[in-house]
Design a protein. Structure first.
Length: 139
């Protein structure tokens, strides 16, 4: 069995943003040489997310509005976590909602997606470098 590991680094300008990382993960898959197996993609920071959904700008806008309603950034004083000097309690909650990781089957050397599925990096406390782990195992 083969094993492959790579870290992808992102620095999203602004507080929040979504990045389609499907091409990055597909490049990792090509580098790995795995034809049948699984890929794990996970955010290595507690204020960022990795998830699968459609790459459609209206949906991305809706996510941003919805997440801000569920865990608004302001006022920052509403969160006990922010009493530590941080201002990112909302980002921790947004990450919890959107998830830490995805696992995708690899079939015949390709990511085995359903229709419209893409992998996204979700940033909720940006303006600094953060990483995503790609771990591939298989034959």
């Amino acid at each position: 069995m083969k094993s492959y590991r790579k870290e992808l680094w992102f620095n999203v300008p602004g507080r929040r943003g979504l990045v389609n990382i499907t091409p990055d993960v597909e490049e990792c898959l090509r580098e790995s040489g795995v034809r049948e197996g699984m890929v794990l993609v996970n955010a290595m920071h507690i204020t960022a997310s990795v998830f699968i959904n459609d790459d459609e700008s209206g949906l991305h806008h809706d996510y941003d509005i919805w997440l801000e309603k569920l865990a608004p950034h302001a006022p920052t004083s509403q969160y006990r976590h922010n009493r530590t000097g941080e201002d990112n309690a909302d980002a921790h909650m947004k990450r919890q909602i959107m998830g830490r990781e995805v696992v995708v089957a690899i079939t015949n050397g390709h990511l085995d997606f359903g229709p419209w599925e893409q992998i996204f990096y979700g940033e909720f406390d940006g303006n600094r470098r953060k990483r995503v782990l790609v771990k591939i195992i298989g034959e």
